[in-house]
Design a protein around this ligand. Structure first.
Ligand code: FNR
Length: 389
């Protein structure tokens, strides 16, 4: 039960040999505005490009003649053991890109036993998603107002989430010129230009666009302010970015009201990592938001080591531009416990629904497993700085 028939999936997925292939496969299948929204970065795309190039700065030093016949990519995060050291990153408005994409990514993640993180900017109600995947994590932007924080924490906890991620690198929306050029807005505002864009991609329109409207009403952002019940018109609740006045005090307020694990996403400075640790945060995501926020910012890979020196017992995630098993292993070697990956999983859901996401997870898992053997390690905790030059 996905956007395309299973036979077609198998045919399409035969051409997808790695995570980057998904983007090439969907580029012409998606309306320009939708593809641009997912693939794009901020301003000149300097950080977006750097996120891919940065990995070449490190090379592996392999170890030989070690018995690597029994390998495991198992990774324990917050007391739960997952199958691999990567997770599906939170992405807003996913269901506009691929039909029911949040649920499909969440289901594939659950079946493969990797973490899935739901964005508060998704159009799938957080309660519904928790039914699909009871182990999903939740990610909100630096909202809402202080007086709503307790209610927000209660709603997310009542739905069954154990991990609350607060995305802290969006005090204001960034300048994404590709969205201006194509007419993409969030929440989605139907315009003649968008309609034309959709009509010229009839397969997306029938397979995702119209079906989403039929299921959810006019696509809107439903979990923006988690104190509010999602409705078709919930876009009237406010903007989709963070709140410029939101500061450490509010993060600490969430810490006080949230009984589960609390993670800050979007940290690039070691000073902020230290404040996070002192504030009782359980984990941080070292991230430049996939090059979608401040253009010219460093890649997580540039700062992972120095940040790791400040993190103590916190769980450390990294994201932005990870596409290969070798990329993941390089981050683990610099001290990350797990990597988040965004765009490829959303493109996979757009291309082939749950089967596409399954395929993506399998490809990356296999790369990590093979690369570990070639590197001469049998478990992820054996990957340390000594494997890198
Ligand atoms: C994002 N990202 C994001 N992050 C977040 O905390 N909340 C959100 O709602 C979103 N929304 C979102 C939408 C889309 C379409 C993309 C591509 C990304 C950022 C995301 O969680 C992650 O940090 C990056 O996507 C990681 O970079 P890569 O793997 O896409 O290069």
């Amino acid at each position: 039960a996905s956007g395309l028939r299973p036979r077609r999936h198998r045919h399409l997925l035969r051409h997808v040999l790695n995570l980057e292939d998904f983007e090439r496969m969907v580029e012409h299948r998606l309306p320009r505005a939708v593809f641009g929204y997912v693939s794009g970065g901020a301003e000149a795309g300097v950080t977006y490009q750097h996120n891919r190039e940065v990995f070449a700065q490190w090379r592996f030093i392999t170890r030989i003649l070690r018995d690597v016949s029994r390998r495991s990519t198992a990774t324990t995060l917050f007391g739960r053991t997952y199958a691999a050291p990567f997770a599906i990153a939170p992405m807003g408005a996913s269901a506009v890109v691929g039909y029911d994409a949040d649920n499909r990514m969440a289901r594939a993640a659950m079946d493969a036993n990797i973490p899935f993180i739901l964005s508060a900017n998704s159009i799938t109600p957080l309660e519904e998603l928790a039914q699909t995947n009871p182990h999903a994590w939740f990610a909100a932007y630096q909202k809402p107002a202080a007086e709503n924080i307790q209610a927000m924490c209660e709603r997310v906890a009542a739905a069954g989430y154990d991990v609350f991620m607060l995305t802290v690198d969006v005090p204001v929306g960034s300048n994404r010129e590709n969205n201006i050029r194509t007419g993409y807005t969030m929440p989605l505002r139907p315009t003649p230009r968008l309609a034309l864009d959709g009509l010229s991609h009839p397969r997306w329109l029938a397979g995702t666009g119209l079906r989403t409207v039929l299921k959810r009403g006019v696509p809107a952002i439903s979990n923006i302010d988690p104190t509010q019940r999602p409705t078709i018109f919930s876009r009237t609740l406010g903007g989709v970015t963070g709140h410029a006045a939101f500061a450490w005090e509010q993060a600490e307020l969430i810490r006080r009201h949230w009984k589960g694990r609390f993670v800050l996403k979007g940290i690039l400075s070691k000073e902020d990592a230290r404040i996070a640790r002192e504030s009782g945060v359980d984990g941080i995501v070292v991230s430049n938001h996939g090059g979608r926020q401040l253009d010219g910012s460093v890649s997580p890979m540039d700062v992972l080591s120095e940040i790791r020196a400040e993190t103590g017992d916190m769980t450390v995630f990294a994201d932005s531009g990870f596409r290969r098993g070798t990329d993941v292993l390089k981050a683990l070697a610099l001290g990350a416990h797990c990597v988040l990956i965004g765009r490829p999983f959303l493109f996979a859901a757009a291309l082939a629904g749950e089967a596409g996401v399954e395929h993506a997870i399998k490809l990356l898992s296999r790369e990590i497993d093979t690369d570990m053997a070639l590197l001469g390690v049998s478990a992820v905790d054996q990957v340390d700085a000594s494997v890198l030059r």
